[in-house]
Design a binder for this molecule. Structure first.
Ligand code: PLP
Length: 389
């Protein structure tokens, strides 16, 4: 079979399963109102929770350091790519996360893969939440340790699995802080107390929690007042820039710098992005205003959708999954939203369980009350039209 022919058979299977994806072009900066494929839409699916991606202080910081240091970093951190802006940002992240040290990776994805493929050894076991992010799953696949999956935030099930780990040398528990499809918060306090009892180590991926959860936005650790062994995060969501990091003890960082292949064999982040990230963390650290606005928006949306009669999943986070049920209906719902100028995706199996197809809304601190009211109005009209509420 010819190469393209073989691929077209495979892509036809993707299409037949209703899982074919395509790109949509954003023609404007990441703001609540954007031109998407040339049409104005209010975006309720962005990870820019604090509206920092287009913040003038970040743009200014990036621009200044861009002129000083150029565009690319020209090497890995251990060769020619390490600048004072990498150092300053790592110090800032450690200070923000209240750990001894931090290490930058080019993305959160690579941070997860780097940690999970280097830290647990042959003969160890990783207990992983069923709904963990794809990068955690891939990290587990690359690890020499065994992986056991436990039911999503089910602490009884986690304990059962922990009881079965005595044949392994060491045990690691890995969890998202905030789960990206369900908007649930991992019960980290409970996880850490279980870990202590069963002599396990805890790794938290705080991608959606950094800048969002906790009084100062430090993440899931601050929210629960705990200190996991390893905290992983991304700068690409609430922080509004790009890149990932690990925060923890000095010895952990020294270990990863020497052993995490996604750190060693990757070109360093551009210094200008480090400078913009530094500016973002300063803004997050200095004021709670954006976070207060964010949660006021979250509450307004969740309360009103539930009052209309929708099943809204998750805890109090900016990820708001509205259950539609049937996958085709979810797609129709998303199309109708788009006709009305609202951009929010339908999420279907296998990303979510059968019967739980949903519209996954996210909200940011920058959404105005008018924009939120308009979204609610659209949900009301479409829900009535489709006999859902
Ligand atoms: C987005 C995300 C990542 C990946 O972060 P990037 O910086 O985009 O690579 C990792 N884990 C979770 C839970 C995420 O939501």
């Amino acid at each position: 079979m010819e190469f393209d022919e073989w691929l077209s058979v495979r892509i036809d299977q993707t299409k037949a399963a209703g899982l074919h994806r395509k790109l949509r072009t954003m023609n404007t900066a990441p703001l609540p109102k954007m031109l998407i494929d040339g049409k104005e839409q209010i975006v309720f699916s962005s990870n820019n929770y604090l509206g920092l991606a287009y913040n003038c202080h970040l743009v200014y910081a990036a621009e200044t350091i861009l002129h000083e240091f150029g565009v690319g970093s020209s090497g890995s951190r251990l060769t020619t790519g390490h600048t004072e802006w990498h150092r300053r940002l790592e110090e800032k992240i450690a200070q923000f996360k209240q750990t001894e040290a931090a290490l930058l990776f080019s993305s959160g994805f690579l941070a997860n893969v780097g940690v999970l493929s280097s830290l647990p050894e042959n003969g160890d076991v990783i207990l992983s939440d069923q709904l963990n992010h794809a990068s955690i799953i891939d990290g587990c696949r690359l690890s020499k340790a065994s992986t056991v999956v436990y039911k999503h935030i089910d602490m009884d099930n986690l304990e059962e699995k922990l009881k079965e780990t005595s044949n392994f040398k060491r045990c690691f528990i890995v969890t998202d802080g905030v789960f990206s499809m369900d908007g649930t918060i991992a019960p980290l306090k409970y996880i850490i107390s279980l870990a202590k009892r069963y002599h396990a180590y805890v790794i938290v991926d705080d991608a959606h929690a950094t800048g969002v959860l906790g009084e100062k936005g430090r993440g899931t650790s601050e929210y629960f007042g705990v200190h996991p062994d390893v905290v992983i995060g991304t700068l690409s969501k609430a922080v509004g820039t790009d890149g990932g990091f690990v925060a923890g003890s000095q010895i952990l960082i020294d270990f990863l710098l020497n052993h995490a292949r996604t750190f060693i064999f990757q070109t360093a982040m551009p210094p200008a992005i480090c400078a913009a990230s530094y500016a973002a963390l300063e803004i997050i650290g200095e004021s709670d205003e954006k976070r207060r606005q964010l949660f006021s928006n979250v509450k307004r949306l969740k309360t009103n959708l539930a009052e209309m009669g929708y099943v809204v999943k998750g805890h109090l986070t900016p990820i708001i999954p509205v259950i539609i049920g049937d996958p085709k209906k979810a797609v129709i719902f998303a199309e109708k939203l788009q006709e009305k100028g609202i951009f929010a995706p339908a999420i279907r199996p296998p990303t979510v369980p059968v019967g739980e197809s949903r519209i996954r809304l996210t909200v940011t601190s920058d959404h105005s009350s008018n924009e939120i009211d308009y979204l609610l109005k659209c949900f009301y009209c479409i829900g009535k039209e489709l006999n859902m509420i």
